[in-house]
Design a binder for this molecule. Sequence first.
Ligand code: CA
Length: 218
Amino acid sequence: MRLLLIEDDGPLARGLKTSLETQGYAVDWVALGKLGIESAARIDYQLVILDLGLPDLDGLEVLTKLKAHNATLPVLILTARNDINSKVTGLDQGADDYLAKPFDVAELMARLRVLERRNGTNTQTNIVVNNVVLNTQNNQLIVDGNEVSLSRKEYMVLRALMENLNRIQSKSSLEEKLYNWGEDVSSNTIEVYISNLRKRVPKDFIKTIRGVGYIIKN
Ligand code: CA
């Protein structure tokens, strides 16, 4: 999955690039709209993340040019939270989705997966953290190259943790996710799933942050 990131905020772009690469995207980053248009004309990207506030061109103009070149290219726009009008205009002009800054990286990843699914380009099925691979297509867990069996709920908890790499997930947020996925959860179940998962993944892969929640770090 090759993705073009058009964003002039260096620290944000570098952070995003790293996060996206962790999720298996190949990321080309440009800081100017003009370079974005040129890159998209040259390279067959599957996704574009476009910041609307660029130093050289209006982001909406960049959007129009990208879509004129390839109408089916999914574009997610990033905008400042107070710039509601641009968002609306952006969607009118063919943007596929938008996120207001500041945004949560996990939310961005989720939005990108939706765009990929919608466009049938979702080849991003593996979440990889060190020697642990979770395939989100067939719910398979591979540790050190060996398949490990998981229950459905264990899979969901592990997926929530791996998708939110380096971010603490509270017990209640994990419970909520399971609940949103249509699972029954009682108050002690998360501990049970975590304890079962720990028998299946490398030692210390899932860390407990006492009184706060759980985290997987790379
Ligand atoms: Ca900007």
